[in-house]
Design a protein around this ligand. Structure first.
Ligand code: SF4
Ligand code: SF4
Length: 498
């Protein structure tokens, strides 16, 4: 573990002594401490591996498979159109997007409060691809951790050259595949295939974007690695506010393990015969530290760098099995369980509050989704206008100028037209063509005159006008607005009342 800086008492030396190791992955002189974690293949490793491959298949398939004719997930930022499991959102669906983000954030809050950084160790693409794709390729070309370490330290020769070249060439192929998958989330699989198979000169931007994304992925998985989790990802910094003493985290049990220490032959004999040797179960073998992909020692307690990958659990369980002791010296446990020997409490105020909020948000989201419209529609009276009297075919009418704002939220272009539905005898005359063809997500403002028989204003100076929007000849939505008119005269009011 990192040593703390100490103030120097010497007047000749530096004021502050620099620790040899500043963090688990950086030395005091600012150089990177390259990690060579040894994989520990135990129960959790195989469980994570199975889940990891299922997730890799899912991450790859999501932009390709179709639900209702749309990609399962499409984040078309340029056209501001988002498809998530068949539901289509536009940038104007601010409430939906906000709710979706809130649901994601509160879900992370609930999961973190219950199980700590379980997402980081089990589901995050950074961990999944690094542990189950890139590191296995590295082991294939460069061998075990000790072999890799000595390979890195020795001078260049043909053996080192072909191993490094083979590894990086394989990384490049994988990174290209990942970059295409990543870009497919934003442009859609069809466009991606069109660009890939079209003449390169016509899609220069695509090639630039692909090269840039591939470069970033290569940099991340070949060099940056655990730094993404310990220095860049904001989740690590937020976890402490989301967790409490009852969160289930990967923990070392000092009550059982301390005082730690290696055993002499004599002590081993005594221990095997059941005698007390004044030592805890931790034999200080260092297997949990050697396997840690972020280079920390879990025996020092919960640290920001821990990604909850459970590798130290598998490593220690294996050691415990070898020395004939029960596993679980490092295990999933809450701080309360470790420190106070109490059972974990799952139902607690924080979890209940997060869960109620989550269920409420999902409920609102689902309710709004079922009511979401295929046509976005507003209607207003045109600013600065008032009603006018007009006689049409000997019927006195009140004419008002109104404006529709309509957006096509269907999945295909369509023809939009409008009709008046009420009050009785009302007519609508659109200024311009009787119908407008709108592309997907296109918005148009359409001016119109509405004619209402003057008799409709017998009882009131305003009547409710209702208009229908027709899409390809079929009524899709109606919308209402007040239509001011003349004050009812005393005569007409009296005659109505009588
Ligand atoms: S693997 Fe277990 S026994 Fe070995 S040092 Fe870690 S905690 Fe102690
Ligand atoms: S301390 Fe254990 S769980 Fe945490 S990152 Fe290291 S190996 Fe994984």
């Amino acid at each position: 573990m990192a040593e703390n800086s100490t103030t120097s008492s010497s007047t000749d030396g530096p004021l502050i002594d620099t620790p040899e190791q500043a963090t688990s992955t950086w030395m005091g002189d600012g150089s990177r401490r390259w990690l060579y974690p040894t994989p520990s293949r135990g129960f959790y490793w195989y469980a994570r591996q199975a889940l990891g491959w299922a997730l890799i298949a899912l991450f790859t398939a999501l932009p390709i498979i179709r639900i209702g004719g749309e990609p399962a997930v499409l984040l078309d930022v340029i056209n501001r159109r988002f498809v998530i499991f068949g539901a289509i959102f536009h940038a104007t669906d601010t409430v939906f997007l906000m709710l979706f983000l809130l649901i994601a954030m509160v879900s992370i809050g609930v999961i973190t409060a219950l199980f700590g950084r379980v997402w980081c160790g089990w589901g995050c693409p950074q961990t999944v691809y690094l542990e189950f794709v890139f590191r296995p390729i590295e082991r294939l070309f460069e061998g075990s951790e000790q072999q890799r370490k000595s390979l890195d330290q020795r001078d260049w020769d043909f053996d080192k050259l072909w191993r490094k070249a083979g590894k990086h060439a394989s990384y490049l192929v994988i990174a290209l595949g990942l970059a295409h998958t990543f870009v497919a989330y934003f442009v859609g699989w069809d466009a991606l295939v069109r660009w890939m198979t079209g003449p390169p000169g016509e899609h220069f931007g695509f090639f630039f974007m692909m090269a840039f994304t591939t470069g970033l992925i290569l940099f991340d998985f070949a060099y940056f690695r655990e730094q993404m989790c310990v220095t860049v990802c904001p989740y690590a910094k937020l976890q402490s506010v989301m967790m409490d003493r009852d969160s289930m985290i990967v923990s070392y049990d000092p009550n059982r393990g301390e005082p730690r220490g290696r055993r002499s032959r004599e002590q081993r004999k005594k221990e095997q015969s059941g005698e007390d040797i004044d030592l805890g179960d931790c034999i200080d073998c260092g297997a949990c530290v050697r396997t840690c992909p972020t280079g920390i020692d879990i025996r020092e307690g919960l640290q920001m760098e821990c990604v909850s990958c459970t590798q130290c659990i598998d490593a220690c369980n294996d050691i415990m099995h070898k020395i004939g002791k029960p596993g679980g010296l490092i295990r999933y446990a809450s701080e309360r369980e470790i420190e106070d020997d109490e059972s974990p409490r799952f139902l607690r105020p924080r979890v209940i509050a997060y869960s109620i909020l989550l269920v409420t948000l999902i409920g609102i989201f689902g309710f709004m989704l079922t009511r979401s419209q295929e046509v976005e529609l507003d209607v207003l009276r045109t600013a600065g206008t008032t009603f006018e009297r007009q006689t049409i075919e000997q019927t006195p009418m009140i004419r008002s100028r109104i404006r529709f704002r309509v957006r096509n939220k269907l999945d295909a272009p369509a023809a939009f037209s409008f009709e008046a539905r009420s009050p009785e005898g009302a007519e609508l005359k659109v200024i311009g063509p009787p119908s407008y063809r709108l592309d997907v997500n296109e918005m148009r403002r359409i001016e119109a005159f509405v004619f209402v028989p003057e008799s409709a204003y017998r009882d009131s100076a305003s009547v409710e006008g209702t208009f229908a929007v027709m899409v390809d000849g079929t009524e899709k939505r109606t919308i209402s607005m007040p239509l001011p008119g003349p004050e009812p005269s005393a005569d007409s009011t009296d005659s109505t009342r009588n």
